[in-house]
Each structure stands twice: as structure tokens, then as C-alpha cells.
Ligand binder design. Structure first.
Ligand SMILES: [Zn+2]
Length: 194
């Protein structure tokens, strides 16, 4: 079983976990930024880490993996591959802003569903995916992610959360941000500007 320090090293080696001064999509400032896609672009690493996650959630005896698009799809696929079960995903309807199952995906009422995501921060997306599943009468027996960024997500779920790495990412308003007070230039990840 992989240790969390090894997971951390893999993330750092691939530039998927950066230290610096960042403006998060929430508008808050942080000294760490996580971009899982930079790790998942290497399929061998994606396979290795997701196999480890699959090993952890195997005790739940899942029959289907559900993930929220887009970030969760790759992880869901690799976890399901390791467990030799189906992987499906929910997508957000742009008009209603609600998560839904499309493409003919479905679950049965006797399915044991585990919801899987790359990174759980607030847990909102993955929670919405589990709500979709429950509309079908299936049970969500657990939640899995590569990285869990805070403990608050736990409040959404009655089922256990499995992760390979837990990182408490600190964030501040601009006024409270220590890096701003030192006039350190800010990076807005996702944009090309540095
Ligand atoms: Zn700042």
C-alpha cells in the first residue's frame, strides 16, 4: 500500500502540487495549488495511484463507480478498471445547472455505488453526483478521491471517504494574505498570465 508521503512526492515531481502565491477560483489566496491533471496526463501514474485507491475501496464491494465530469472521469475509469466494474459519470446541465446522468448511463436499485473524484475540496460536485444516483434508488456506499483537501467535505456524506493523501490547504482573503503583505506577485492558475 502506498504511503501518503510517496503520493505527495509524485504530485510534486509532476508539478501537480505547487507552492507559491495563488489566486484560487474562489477568489481567495493560497500558498498551495493542486492541479491533478498534470499528474493524470501520465497514464502509468494515473493507473498506479487509482489502483491504490481501488484497493482501499474494494472492501465496500462496489458494483459501479460514479464520477462528476470532467475532473473525476479519468480517476473513475482507472479505479473501475482495477476493480473490473463499470465507470459512469454525471454531467452538469448548462441550462438547469443540475448534475445528471446522460448518454444512456443508468444504475439499478441493487447497485452498490462508490463516488470517485480526483480532488475533493468542498465536496459539492461529488455530493451532487451521489444525489443523482439516489434518485435511481441505488445506494452510495462510499466516496473516494486521490486528494482530500479539507475535512469540511465530510459533513455532506454519511458514507466513508477514502483518499490517498490529505492536505489542509490554507486560504486567505487578499487583506489577510501573508504573501500579499510581502508584495509577492500572484499567480492565477488556469490563466496564462504569471
Ligand atoms: Zn495574496
Amino acid at each position: 500500500m502506498i504511503e501518503s508521503f510517496e503520493v505527495m512526492k509524485i504530485f510534486k515531481d509532476k508539478g501537480a502540487l505547487l507552492n507559491g502565491h495563488f489566486r484560487l477560483s474562489s477568489g481567495l489566496h493560497s500558498d498551495q495549488y493542486l492541479q491533478c491533471a498534470l499528474l493524470l496526463q501520465f497514464p502509468d501514474l494515473a493507473e498506479r495511484l487509482c489502483t491504490e485507491l481501488a484497493f482501499k475501496i474494494r472492501e465496500l464491494h462496489p458494483s459501479v463507480i460514479i464520477s462528476p465530469a470532467i475532473g473525476g472521469i479519468l480517476v473513475g475509469q482507472e479505479v473501475a478498471r482495477a476493480l473490473k466494474i463499470r465507470a459512469i459519470f454525471t454531467e452538469r446541465n448548462r441550462e438547469t445547472d443540475k448534475m445528471e446522468l446522460r448518454r444512456g448511463f443508468s444504475v439499478q436499485s441493487n447497485d452498490r455505488v462508490v463516488a470517485v473524484e480526483d480532488v475533493i475540496t468542498t465536496g459539492v460536485s461529488i455530493y451532487e453526483s451521489t444525489q443523482v444516483i439516489e434518485q435511481f434508488g441505488a445506494s452510495v456506499v462510499g466516496v473516494g478521491c486521490l486528494v482530500q483537501r479539507n475535512q469540511q467535505a465530510v459533513k455532506y456524506f454519511n458514507s466513508p471517504i477514502y483518499s490517498l493523501l490529505q492536505i489542509a490547504v490554507q486560504s486567505w482573503t487578499m487583506e489577510e494574505c501573508p504573501a500579499c503583505q510581502k508584495n509577492i506577485p500572484i499567480i492565477k492558475p488556469g490563466s496564462r498570465a504569471k
